[in-house]
Structure formats: structure tokens, C-alpha cells
Design a protein around this ligand. Structure first.
Ligand SMILES: [Zn+2]
Length: 123
């Protein structure tokens, strides 16, 4: 939902237009590791990609890919939710898929993708 109002707590500023500010309500999602709610901007999103045997968990950098997604706190928030989700299979469980979609190889790729994403975001 986008509305044109003065800044209000809980809203994120989108752009400044004359004396008013375009804001978007911050939508919250639940972290699959700690089960706490947080703004989408503080979380990472993961989805299933592929079919059948090749189905696996993928990092959704855009946070907009279709289908069911699961969220974890970002390592940038100084919490270990992402690592816990990898180690304990929370991504597969949250996506209601067999543990195999989160194989060791997939976990390695997810760590690499997220590290790369965070390095680029901190530029
Ligand atoms: Zn968390």
C-alpha cells in the first residue's frame, strides 16, 4: 500500500515530493529461525527453484520471486539466524519441501550468494 502522507513511524520513505513524502508501509515477515517478525528490509528471502530431482532452495535477492518464500534475519543484523536456518534445515521445512532441497552443495551456494549480496550492498 502506498500513500502520500507525512512521515510516520513504521513507514518507509520512498521519495520526497514537495512538502509531502511518499511512503510505503513496512511489511513484516517472520524469520524461520528465531520466529520473530521483522521488516522485509532486514530479512533475506529464499524460494524453491527447479522441478523434481533438481528442485532446490535458492536465494531470492529481489525478494519478489513468485511462489512460497521463507525469510531469515540477515547476517548483517548481527544474528546467526541465517546460519541456524542452514544448519537445521529450516529453509526446506519452511518451504514444505524434503530436506534434500537443502543439500550440502545447496547450502554452500547459498552461503556464497548471500555473502556476495551483502558485500555488494555494503559498497
Ligand atoms: Zn531471526
Amino acid at each position: 500500500m502506498r500513500v502520500l502522507v507525512r512521515p510516520i513511524a513504521g513507514y518507509m520513505q520512498i521519495s520526497r515530493m514537495s512538502k509531502e513524502v511518499l511512503v510505503e508501509k513496512i511489511s513484516e515477515r517472520t524469520c524461520v529461525a528465531c520466529r520473530k517478525k521483522a521488516a522485509r528490509t532486514e530479512l533475506l528471502r529464499f524460494v524453491l527453484q527447479g522441478d523434481g530431482e533438481s528442485r532446490q532452495v535458492a536465494f531470492d535477492k529481489s525478494k519478489r520471486r513468485p511462489g512460497r518464500g521463507v525469510w531469515t534475519h540477515s547476517p548483517a543484523q548481527n544474528v546467526d539466524c541465517f546460519e541456524r536456518a542452514l544448519e537445521e534445515g529450516f529453509l526446506a521445512r519452511g518451504l514444505r519441501a524434503p530436506r534434500g532441497v537443502q543439500s550440502n552443495e545447496v547450502v554452500t551456494n547459498l552461503r556464497r550468494s548471500v555473502a556476495l549480496y551483502l558485500a555488494q550492498a555494503n559498497k
